[in-house]
Write a protein that binds this ligand. Sequence first.
Ligand SMILES: [Zn+2]
Length: 83
Amino acid sequence: MSFIVPFQYKDIYAHKEYTVFAVNEDQPEKRSGYVQGYWRCTHCGEGNQFRLYDDAPNHIAKCPKCRKEFIAVEEIEEDFDDE
Ligand SMILES: [Zn+2]
């Protein structure tokens, strides 16, 4: 069973801050090698920012609204390996 951990992400380039849901990582800001992006839940349509740490093209994410897992298909690659 997957779990999600919300945290505040500061986008230093866009000068804004928003909530990101880290999947299966309880210390999201201490770990590198992730993909972060915006995905919509395939069950209820709720869209959120997620940070994913597995390296398949299809990631498992979990919706904070309906609490169901869904496949987050990677469309735009945003890899921040060297954070
Ligand atoms: Zn949902």
